[in-house]
Design a protein around this ligand. Structure first.
Ligand code: AMP
Length: 441
């Protein structure tokens, strides 16, 4: 399939050619002709699949014919984060360079006056985060009665970030006759309900997650016998590796600050990046990281999404991600643009199942490192979800024996529990008496 078969105009094709794209990605090949026919689309796809261009390219052609009135944008793209909004805006700039469309970015954390001035001039494409858009609407600075195309991007992230009530309010203000393009990486029930409500006879396009991890990223699992040993494991690794700059991903927001405190205690220049920080703090932190004043960003998946940062030497997964596709996204932060990168994932024995799924997704076994921190879990099988029958039988027998043993060990276990409640884990190590939350679980 070639771009010129999709029905796009010559100016757009020229911009695509200059972007260096040889052929459309699967979501582009399927979505572009349908969007050009002004049909609704439900795209189940995530970042990395080329989904942004799948809606920006046809939108440029659909909007090319008309003109916007002051304060009345003609299309609206809702994004969960400011960073993703900025990326979408860059896409319109890049692909719309031979069209005369105007756009405005309405996101929190930046001056409202300038955004209002832009709206006054009339915009064809309005890219916004839900909170700031509602704020401007409620102040009477913007009218949404002329919206002909609505794009909801990364709907599941909006759910994670608590934006659904804002989103519902915004959509209730929009004209009911419009084209709606709805994108989400996953379809949990609340998102499915929204899609059913907002879309009319949509074409559903599902593309699989980018499942192959970059060739030039060396990946390792690091066997940690207990989550309390993660700080020790990380620090050992950090001393061995030549870390220039890195992301450390944590699954829980509350662990991020604790990990940062630990880093600072070790003299490592680290800073947090998560969704609870306000926008100006996030922008400042990112700026310091890009300027090399901070070496390590400790972040959540949501905050790191859509961030345009230079290639990093390392990525560390403090926790194995709960969603296997997040593993691919996380480690893809290193090894970019021909550079080589290294990705380390700290794993505890409980992670075996999700690691099995991750290895199945990426189609390879990740090398296991043993840093000598004590008893290490056995390397997980490629698909640990369903072991072969002989193993299953052995496992059942083992579980029965374990159950009996546990009955006999009952009294000893109670002692251990009491010790832990008193904070008596003598070899927990790195934190002394100031035990952070991620060690208290
Ligand atoms: P996205 O999934 O929209 O975040 O896009 C991921 C990356 O793929 C972006 O850096 C785009 O510039 C790039 N991209 C989009 N479409 C294509 C294409 N057809 N060929 C090559 N790269 C593309």
């Amino acid at each position: 399939m070639e771009f010129k078969e999709l029905g796009l105009s010559d100016p757009v094709l020229k911009a695509i050619d200059e972007a260096g794209y040889k052929e459309p990605t699967p979501i582009q090949a399927q979505a572009i002709p349908v969007i050009l026919m002004t049909r609704d689309v439900l795209g189940i796809a995530q970042t990395g699949t080329g989904k942004t261009a799948s809606f920006t390219l046809p939108m440029i052609d659909i909007l090319a014919g008309g003109r916007a009135k002051a304060r009345m944008p003609r299309s609206l793209i809702l994004s969960p984060t400011r960073e993703l909004a900025a990326q979408i805006s860059e896409n319109f700039e890049k692909y719309g360079k031979y069209n005369k469309l105007t756009q405005a970015l309405i996101v929190g954390g930046t001056s409202m006056d300038e955004q209002i001035r832009n709206l006054d001039r009339g915009v064809d494409v309005l890219i916004a985060t839900p909170g700031r858009l509602l704020d401007l609407f409620e102040r009477g600075k913007i009218l949404l009665a002329d919206i002909k195309i609505l794009v909801i991007d990364e709907a599941d992230r909006m759910l994670d970030m608590g934006f659904i009530p804002d989103l519902e309010k915004i959509v209730s203000i929009l004209p009911p006759i419009r084209q709606t393009l709805f994108f989400s990486a996953t379809m949990p029930p609340p998102i499915k309900k929204l899609a059913d409500k907002y879309l009319s006879n949509p074409k559903t396009i599902t593309v699989s997650a980018p499942s192959s991890t970059a060739e030039n990223v060396e990946q390792f699992l690091v066997a940690v016998p207990h989550f309390r040993k993660k700080p020790d494991a990380f620090y050992k690794l950090y001393k061995k590796e030549d870390v220039k700059n890195a992301f450390i991903f944590c699954n829980r927001k509350r662990d991020i600050n604790d990990v940062c405190r630990f880093m600072k205690g070790k003299g490592i220049k680290a800073a947090p990046l998560h969704g609870d920080m306000d926008q100006s703090e996030r922008t400042k932190t990112l700026g310091s990281f890009k300027a090399g004043e901070i070496d390590i960003l400790v972040c959540s998946d949501v905050a790191a999404r859509g961030l345009d940062v230079p290639a990093m030497s390392h990525v560390f997964n403090w926790d194995v991600p709960n969603h296997p596709e997040d593993y691919v996204h996380r480690i893809g932060r290193t090894g970019r643009a021909g550079a080589t990168g290294r990705a380390f994932t700290l794993t505890v024995p409980n992670d075996a199942k999700v690691l099995g799924i991750i290895q199945k997704l990426i189609g390879k076994q990740i090398e296991m490192l043993d840093l000598g921190l004590g008893h290490a879990p056995p390397p997980p099988k490629e698909d640990a979800t369903r072991p072969p029958p002989a193993l299953r039988q052995r496992e059942r027998r083992h579980n029965r024996a374990e159950k009996q043993n546990r009955r006999h060990r009952h009294i000893d276990d109670m002692d251990v529990d009491l010790d832990e409640k008193k904070g008596g884990d003598k070899d927990g190590g790195a934190f002394g008496d100031d035990v952070p939350a991620f060690l208290r679980r």
